[in-house]
Design a protein around this ligand. Sequence first.
Ligand code: HEC
Ligand code: HEC
Ligand code: HEC
Ligand code: HEC
Ligand code: HEC
Ligand code: HEC
Ligand code: HEC
Ligand code: HEC
Ligand code: HEC
Length: 425
Amino acid sequence: MIFRPARFLAAAALFAPLLAFGQKNGCIDCHSQLDGDLKAPVAAFEADIHREFGLSCRDCHGGNPDTDDIALAKDKSFKGAPAKAKIPLFCGGCHADPAAMRTYNPALRTDQLSQYETSRHGKLLKAGDTKVAVCTDCHGVHGILSARMPKSTTFPWNIPQTCGRCHADKGLMEGYRIPTDQLDEYMASVHAKALFEKKDLSAPVCNDCHGNHGAFPPAVSSVASVCRQCHAAAGELFGKSLHKKAFDDMGVGECDACHGNHKILPPSTAMIGTADGAVCIQCHDEGSRGFKMAADLRRTLDGFTSGYSEVEGLLSLARRKGVEVGDAEFSLQDVHTTLVSAENLTHGLDEAEIAKTVAEGEKALLGVRTAALGAVKEGRFRRQGLAVTTAILALFAVALALKVRRMGRTRRDEAGPGVPGPPSS
Ligand code: HEC
Ligand code: HEC
Ligand code: HEC
Ligand code: HEC
Ligand code: HEC
Ligand code: HEC
Ligand code: HEC
Ligand code: HEC
Ligand code: HEC
């Protein structure tokens, strides 16, 4: 057999952590024989990312792992388990040390501790409040996984629970002046639907809007940039609108004023206008220009939408009659795109531009409508044709039946009276 050093090294690298684990480790040997909280870390640590990188108990806790003797194991270097308030510095001992971390993974950021210290969590901890989140509240203690692993507490679809464990706990949050509804509200949002139902990992969870380590509520000025990261088109239009300066002056969050923050629902034209449920009337009183435009805009969009629905109905009728309407349906899709962009243009409040887009859409819609009416007519004609054919066929069948009957009778007549009839009962 040829010795392939590259393969041997690859295999060795793969099994190195196993070998390391197989080696004698007094901490693990002894702790695996203890009970409860003293034993639990051993099993949990088997899947831990630190173990995967060849680290062990000693790297975090200190002590001497080469002995079975408890007194020798807990030597001067032994740090024990840190108190909650000390955990950020305990983890930061490595994670905030670029030189140490570079030897393991040069690409891993080393700003978690400094970021954490700027957060509301970090500031309150420094002031002596130990109810806030420290590193291990979000990452776990033994059994820490990379955020890329779906089982990790920091993987997108686990984050709402990781944060909600505290933020939705009324008892824990008592005494703070913030609500405890963020988790419930978030779970009812379009974002949670996209994440959990469509498995769309690009939908935001708590940390996408609040940051991982510098967790703070996005201040009014930064809400826009948070939403705009993913909704650039709406953001750009809003930025050019008269609302931009008006909202800044009022200190109102530019997207959440109309959409909310946690419970963002699928938007619809019902948000526009002057009826109950429209967002515009929160700020625009009757008689103002904003009020008038809200009403006009709603009328314009409703006109377009109802025309669109009518054509959609005609096409589906024709399709049910067996007429091929693929081309017309394709053109209707283009009209739909125009409808969506007209709706999106409401962010810019530019009446002329909205009117222009709606006019273009309605013109295209007219073309599709003509085609749809033609298709429905063709369907009706085909049905009439079918009815005539069916009638002729029916007549023919009746004639045939009569003929057959007459022939039968004739044959019996020809056979004469000698043939016995059916036995009478
Ligand atoms: C990444 C760092 C890290 C590694 C590696 C690590 N620990 Fe810990 N350990 C901690 C921290 C932090 C705490 C304190 C947790 C707390 O109080 O919330 C702790 C707590 C403990 C406790 C006290 C548990 C309790 O609830 O009282 C024991 C026992 C323990 N670790 C044993 C081990 C053993 C055995 C290993 C090796 C298998 C190990 N640890 C590896 C960070 C680590
Ligand atoms: C011979 C058994 C034995 C060995 C070896 C041993 N431990 Fe322990 N360890 C214990 C017992 C028993 C306790 C609980 C009583 C105590 O706190 O001393 C404990 C407690 C701990 C605690 C939590 C309490 C504290 O002091 O904060 C940690 C963390 C810990 N051990 C880590 C280690 C590490 C790391 C090693 C290896 C360097 C190690 N142990 C080796 C038996 C052992
Ligand atoms: C002895 C140094 C050391 C200590 C102490 C330490 N870590 Fe680590 N940590 C590492 C190394 C090395 C890695 C692996 C680098 C990587 O994941 O690319 C790592 C990886 C991680 C990762 C995964 C990063 C990724 O790849 O996504 C997390 C999360 C993490 N550590 C959290 C903690 C927490 C929380 C604590 C404190 C309880 C802690 N670490 C204590 C050295 C340390
Ligand atoms: C409020 C929750 C929270 C706290 C507190 C927290 N983290 Fe994180 N951390 C996260 C989340 C969420 C991610 C995942 C980010 C992502 O999606 O990539 C993360 C990622 C990481 C990573 C991977 C690399 C990176 O920066 O993306 C490391 C390492 C890490 N955290 C270490 C720490 C350390 C050390 C502390 C304490 C000083 C800490 N974390 C405190 C939530 C937290
Ligand atoms: C261990 C419990 C705990 C966990 C886990 C936790 N938090 Fe917190 N958080 C708190 C407490 C307590 C406060 C302080 C409340 C206050 O600000 O008055 C707080 C404050 C905040 C604030 C500031 C609120 C304000 O307006 O003052 C934000 C934002 C926040 N957390 C977001 C998060 C996010 C995002 C996560 C998950 C990645 C998370 N938290 C995980 C306990 C926790
Ligand atoms: C789409 C972005 C987004 C997501 C996702 C999100 N938040 Fe928020 N959050 C905000 C905005 C915007 C505010 C309000 C900021 C302001 O008014 O200054 C806020 C405010 C908060 C506050 C302050 C108290 C309050 O309710 O006003 C906390 C705490 C908070 N969020 C926690 C969470 C938690 C926990 C999650 C996940 C379950 C989460 N957020 C998900 C955008 C988001
Ligand atoms: C990390 C990216 C990201 C961030 C940040 C984000 N969103 Fe979203 N948003 C999405 C994704 C993905 C969807 C789902 C799209 C779909 O499935 O149709 C979505 C859907 C929406 C929808 C529904 C769109 C529709 O056509 O039904 C609205 C409204 C919305 N987000 C508003 C906001 C607001 C307001 C903010 C800021 C508070 C925000 N988003 C922050 C990614 C993001
Ligand atoms: C003045 C109220 C208002 C403000 C402010 C506002 N929106 Fe909207 N938004 C709406 C309305 C109304 C609709 C639905 C239009 C329709 O369906 O007819 C909508 C629809 C949307 C949609 C879905 C349609 C699309 O464009 O894909 C997204 C995403 C969206 N908004 C994001 C944002 C973002 C991001 C911001 C902040 C930059 C923002 N909105 C600010 C009222 C507002
Ligand atoms: C959070 C409050 C708020 C909401 C919600 C809101 N507006 Fe406004 N709007 C303002 C303010 C403030 C101004 C600038 C002062 C003014 O002209 O009334 C303004 C200005 C306008 C203008 C320009 C008026 C002019 O003088 O040229 C129009 C048009 C307008 N809004 C339409 C709407 C429509 C349509 C909606 C609903 C989709 C809406 N607004 C929702 C606060 C709001």
